[in-house]
Design a protein around this ligand. Structure first.
Ligand SMILES: [Zn+2]
Ligand SMILES: [Zn+2]
Length: 232
């Protein structure tokens, strides 16, 4: 009854095209740029990187001052075009929290069978973002994903003060992230863990979080993000 009343006042609209009826309408959902896992880089999950990856080759790793990727595997659901960015923005900043279920269902399709039993954790929202939005967007998505996949979700990281990466270039992003994460005191880091985040641009955020997990004792760390921004 209450839901029906609210639906009359504020009808559910598609996050992308504003059509009434669903948080993402079937035609927008069908048109999303899903990454083809058979053509993606097996290491970093970049689209079309299966044979020659532009995201995690030696030159890119050198620029990030790394010998190898700090994650043992990465997967991304979508390429970050305008529609995908709009889903993330409407979810995070327009308070359309029902998108958490849709985002987590799409993420579930991209968990490869070998990660299926691995416990999940997420990049926490900063203190400032949590205050502004009133919810931790990736906590909600990851808990929904955990429920969907039947795996535990571990709250491993302290909430950072600030992680804003937008004003930095690729090198700046790497430097800005160094040492930004720390684990909750007394937390037990599992041997294997799957890190979940919304958008992967250079990977700096996931890499820094993975370094922290590895220092805490994790042996195999995987990364799953909803959207991948292409470097070129
Ligand atoms: Zn639509
Ligand atoms: Zn790659």
């Amino acid at each position: 009854m209450a839901d029906a009343f609210l639906e009359t006042l504020w009808p559910t609209r598609c996050a992308i095209c504003d059509t009434m009826g669903a948080v993402i309408c079937p035609s927008c959902l069908g048109a999303l740029p899903f990454i083809d896992v058979n053509r993606a880089c097996p290491s970093c999950g970049a689209p079309y990187g299966q044979h020659q990856c532009t995201e995690c080759n030696d030159a890119m790793l050198q620029a990030a001052q790394r010998d190898c990727l700090p994650l043992d595997g990465m997967a991304h659901v979508l390429m970050a075009d305008d529609a995908v960015r709009r889903i993330v923005t409407v979810y995070k900043d327009a308070n359309e929290r029902r998108l958490a279920a849709v985002i987590s269902q799409l993420c579930a399709r991209y968990v490869p069978p070998e990660w299926a039993r691995v416990p999940l954790t997420y990049i926490p929202a900063t203190k400032e973002a949590l205050r502004r939005r009133g919810f931790d967007h990736m906590a909600d998505v990851t808990h929904a994903l955990g429920q969907h996949c039947g795996v535990p979700v571990l709250d491993l990281f302290e909430r950072p003060a600030s992680l804003d990466q937008r004003k930095f270039d690729r090198h700046g992003r790497q430097r800005n992230m160094e040492g930004r994460f720390c684990l909750h005191p007394e937390v037990r880091v599992p041997q294997e863990v799957l890190l979940v985040d919304d958008v992967c641009t250079t990977g700096a955020t996931l890499f820094a979080a993975a370094d922290c997990l590895r220092a805490g004792g994790a042996k195999r760390i995987y990364g799953l993000t909803f959207a991948k921004v292409l470097a070129t």
